[in-house]
Write a protein that binds this ligand. Structure first.
Ligand code: IMP
Length: 431
């Protein structure tokens, strides 16, 4: 078997949870490499619903080792409540390990996230408010607290004494917020540390052993390529690296260990938060798609912005991640549309371009150029083989694959685990 990285090819919410769930069943290890509790997906198993934000969905399989890498930022209270819910649902946590060097979201990170968003006013990013940006900022600024720091009273006291006063000055003097109490935070986070102690490990060693043994190792990206700090629509991005390269940074594997990269895309496009979105539909049309696809956020409940599939964005994702194949989800959501549009290029200042421009101002000025396909107007949800799909749906998929330049290995036709068509194995991707 091999090493596979799964990434979002759009702005997140591509249905990665369902694809990860399917892949996890065939994996020995599933590793989360970036982001934090801003991510979220719902997995339904045996009539029970699990909402996962930090824990890899492989946890629902008794044979899968689950790992949270050092590139992930951890809000211990969010993680502990997720672990509690899993235990309550009868899921064993014995196979979970968490990097000792993952950075910790502290109370001032969440407060600063909200305060900074308020200050941005009309230019707000639309963050999830989970303190993700401020946590990564402190990591990069070498002013972060890591999980291993929660295991030692002296160390944590020293860290908080150094880091808290400037944060409190910011909160009180710039944002007019109450300060964060040092003693309260210290005791609360030491207690979190004790609860998390059994899970903490130098996970990079375990990952590298699994890779060397030839295990099937799945690296599970959160968010999506267009929300990547460098590859995405900066500044309307998240503060981590959802792209495939982020898996190397966030777990300690080298790029030569990677065999295949699977990009997950919906059959259309959605986005939450602000920022340019060339194929965004007008409100009425968007509402149809939103209702058909249940496009409301798992983490925040926010209504997602909706639009047609953007193959220019997908080509960007192929380039930024080295995608070897695509998983296209939620094809069934398009079943009732009499025509289905595919954006194949943009017009920018009178010129036709086939790439995502590097400035958000230019991307906002792009007019999408569509190929229009006939809809299939029949249910695809019971299709289990490529040939079960109506001819018009098959032709749409062929068009997507041709424009994007990679094969479509998996097609999702419904929320159930079995509602998946396998064209080819996404694991054997290198070409
Ligand atoms: P943050 O990650 O909370 O800082 O939010 C930054 C941007 O990323 C905002 O536009 C969020 O809506 C978006 N974002 C963060 N996590 C997700 C996700 O899991 N799905 C979709 N969008 C996300």
């Amino acid at each position: 078997m091999s090493v596979l990285i799964l990434v979002g090819a759009q702005w997140g919410d591509e249905g990665k949870g369902k694809v990860t769930d399917w892949l996890a069943e065939r994996a020995n290890m599933v590793v989360r490499y970036q982001g934090g509790s801003n991510a979220g997906h719902t997995v339904i198993r045996g009539g029970q619903t699990f909402k996962l934000h930090l824990v890899p969905s492989g946890i629902l399989y008794s044979h899968v080792q689950c790992v949270i890498g050092s590139g992930v930022v951890i809000d211990p209270s969010a993680l502990l409540s997720e672990l509690g819910a899993l235990q309550k649902g009868g899921i064993s946590l014995e196979r979970l390990s968490i990097s000792r060097t993952a950075h910790v979201t502290l109370p001032y990170h969440r407060r600063l996230d909200h305060a900074e968003e308020r200050q941005r006013g009309g230019a707000a990013i639309g963050t999830t408010g989970r303190g993700i940006g401020p946590t990564y900022t402190d990591k990069v600024n070498r002013a972060g607290v890591r999980l291993l720091d929660l295991l030692d009273r002296e160390v944590l006291t020293a860290r908080l004494r150094a880091f808290l006063p400037p944060k409190n000055a910011l909160l009180t003097q710039i944002f007019g917020e109450p300060p964060v109490d040092l003693c309260e935070t210290l005791e609360e986070y030491l207690a979190f540390g004790e609860k998390l102690r059994p899970f903490l490990a130098d996970v990079s060693l375990d990952i590298s052993k699994a890779v060397r043994r030839g295990d099937a190792v799945l690296f599970e990206g959160a968010q999506g390529t267009m929300l990547d700090l460098d590859a995405g629509t900066y500044p309307f991005v998240t503060s981590s690296h959802p792209v495939a390269g982020g898996a190397c940074l966030g777990t300690g594997i080298g790029p030569t260990a990677v065999d295949a990269v699977l990009g997950v895309t919906k059959a259309y496009t959605t986005r939450v938060g602000s920022g340019p979105f060339p194929t965004e539909m007008r409100p009425n049309e968007a509402e149809n798609l939103r209702m058909a696809g249940g496009e409301f956020g798992t983490t925040t409940g926010r209504a997602r912005r909706c639009g047609w599939l953007d193959a220019v964005v997908l080509q960007h994702a192929v380039r930024m991640n080295g995608l070897t194949s695509l998983a296209l989800t939620k094809l069934d959501v398009l079943d009732t549309f009499s025509e289905v549009k595919l954006c194949v290029a943009y017009r920018l200042h009178g010129k036709v371009i086939h790439h995502v421009p590097d400035s958000v101002e230019d991307l906002a000025a792009c007019e999408p150029l569509y190929d229009t396909h006939g809809g299939w107007l029949t249910s695809t949800s019971s299709a289990r083989n490529p040939d079960d799909l109506p001819a018009a749906a098959q032709s749409y998929l062929r068009a997507v694959s041709a424009v994007v330049g990679v094969p479509i290995s998996l097609v999702g036709v419904g929320p159930e685990r079995e509602a998946l068509i396998v064209n080819e194995s996404p694991w054997s991707g290198r070409h």
